[in-house]
Structures are given as C-alpha cells and as structure tokens.
Design a protein. Structure first.
Ligand code: ATP
Length: 290
C-alpha cells in the first residue's frame, strides 16, 4: 500500500523570541534556524519514517531543489514533485520560551500545482491506498474527487483553517483531522460538531490533552491520551501525529493502535526544536521510554 500526499513543501525559518510579538511590536530574535517544513512535507516525512511508502505530490521553484533532495534523503518518493517557475513556499515561525508558536506562510509554488500533475501521479495509485491533503496547496477538491473515483481512502487535515475550503472538500472525505481550534471554527461555520459532519472518521487533536476519535457509522468516541513530556517546541506535533496515524492505518493497524503510536511520536516531537528534520522514526518511537 502507499500514501499519496498532495502537500506543501516549505523552507521554515524559525526565530527564537522572548514572547510572541503583538501588533505593532518590533522584537529582536535571539536565534534563527532553517529547516525543511510545510505541513505536507512534515506529514510525508512522518509517514515515511513511520515505515510507509509515501509519494509526495507537490511543487517547488528553482530555489527548492535542496528541499526535494532532503525529502528523498528522508525516504519520501519525490518523483511527483514538479519544479516550476514560481518561488518555493516558505514559513516564518516565531517560537517563544514556552514552546508556543506563531506562523506566517508564503505559499509560492505550493499553490501552483496543476491538475495534470495530480492526475498523472494518481494514475499510479491503487485502490485502498491513502490520499492525504492539507490546506497549503491548491486543488484539494479536484484531488479528493480523483482519489474517491480511484477507490482511495481520502484524508484531509484542515489546516491552515479556512471554512470555505473545508466545506468544499468535506463531502469527499473518509478521514478528517482537526485540532481543537479548528474543530471549534468548523462547528461555528457548519453548526455541526465533529461527530455530525458526515465523515466516517474524524480525529480532533487536543495538544497536551491527547486526541479524540469520532466514528461516523457507530457513533463511538475514543480518547487517546497524550504522553507526559516537557515541551520545548510544539511546531509539527500535529503533522507528526497525522503522518503516524496514516502510516498506522496504511500498515493495517486499527485506529486506536495507530493513534496510540502517533501520540508517542508527537510527544517525542514536542521535546525537539525543528520540523521535518527532527521527526522521530519508528524505532525511536518504539524504543522511547515515554
Ligand atoms: P501544531 O500546529 O503545533 O503542529 P496542532 O495544533 O496541529 O499542532 P496539537 O493538538 O497541538 O496539534 O497536537 C497534536 C498531538 O501532539 C496531540 O494530540 C498530542 O498527541 C501531541 N502533543 C501536542 N502537544 C503535546 C504536549 N505538550 N505533550 C505531549 N503530547 C503533545
């Protein structure tokens, strides 16, 4: 089986700050690190490190060759990443002393993916594979439709949140990932709580309080606790969690087991500074003493 990820690829610039800036404030950073990032790239790396064959569908500019090489090095199949005439996406990430973050995104090439590119990539997919998307590229609805037609299990992480974008893709989904804020925003927009969205599996992540799974057909609700750690940087926790859940499902695990493993991986992740480069692999997750 394989995971097909229509996903963003970013250069992440991480600035260490005494506190998150407020409107009008000028604040000196005490440090800067550059990493491979983008919710899509993070999820591809997480799912590949968890042991799955992950085919990334995306785009970079001429300045993004290093990012594709990095994904390849991390075990992601990069044959469906196009190099186009638009700058590579990037993110400016502010992190305060408690590990809380604030992010500015420049989408660039991530929003210039062509329908042909997606069609060509998915023509190599098999029924039962997983297709995942986030809201950092274009063409999610087209991809979801194609995925459904091909018999793929279609998953979507509703981030960065946009009520119109989620509403458009919702009817085509089998699995939806939301964090607590997104779940509230979606409920405000649709009037429906997670269990009444018409999606078979909905997972709401709750930070240090763990995650909750809502099963559409049975109405069952299951809580998976977070593991107790001291967070230093929560960036990428959600993407790591999502990538590990998808990989668990791709490798035939029941949802609760996939989520439990994802919870261990995400807990390890919040103890590290950085994004895609520091997502733990399966052996680290299994060997960790959390
Ligand atoms: P981010 O945008 O910061 O990457 P998110 O808001 O998408 O994250 P969260 O709900 O914050 O997602 O976290 C995802 C998962 O990561 C949680 O369900 C939990 O398993 C794990 N996690 C997050 N924060 C912590 C923490 N402080 N301690 C332990 N586990 C955590």
């Amino acid at each position: 089986m394989a995971i097909w990820n229509l996903g963003s690829i970013n250069a992440d610039m991480v600035y260490a700050l005494p506190h998150l800036p407020v409107a009008g404030e000028t604040l000196a950073a005490s440090g800067l690190d550059q990493f491979l990032g983008g919710k899509g790239a993070n999820m591809s790396v997480a799912a590949a490190r968890a042991g799955s064959h992950v085919c990334h569908i995306g785009a970079v500019g001429a300045d993004g060759r290093w990012a594709v090489d990095r994904l390849l090095e991390y075990g992601v199949d990069t044959r469906h990443i196009a190099q186009i005439d638009t700058p590579t996406g990037h993110a400016i990430i502010a992190v305060d002393q408690d590990g809380e973050n604030q992010i500015i995104l420049f989408p660039g090439a991530n929003r210039a993916i062509s329908p042909d590119q997606i069609g060509q990539a998915l023509s190599a997919a098999s029924a039962g594979d997983i297709l995942v998307m986030q809201n950092e590229t274009n063409l999610q609805v087209d991809a979801a439709r194609m995925g459904r037609d091909l018999g793929l299990r279609v998953a979507y992480a509703a981030a960065p949140f946009d009520a119109v974008a989620v509403a458009a893709v919702l009817p085509h989904l089998d699995l939806l990932f939301l964090n607590a804020v997104e779940a509230r925003q979606l409920q405000d927009a649709t009037g429906n709580p997670p269990e009444a969205l018409g999606v078979e599996d909905v997972i709401v992540t709750l930070g240090a309080e763990g995650a909750r799974h809502f099963h559409g057909t049975t109405g069952a609700v299951q809580d998976i606790p977070a593991l107790p750690v001291t967070p230093v940087d929560t960036t990428g926790a959600g993407d790591t969690f999502t990538g590990y859940v998808l990989s668990g499902l791709d490798r035939g695990m029941p949802m609760a087991q996939a989520m439990a493993q994802a919870s261990r991986a995400a807990a390890l992740m919040v103890t590290r500074h950085g994004t895609a480069d520091v997502i733990p692999d399966l052996k680290e997750v299994q060997d960790s003493r959390l």
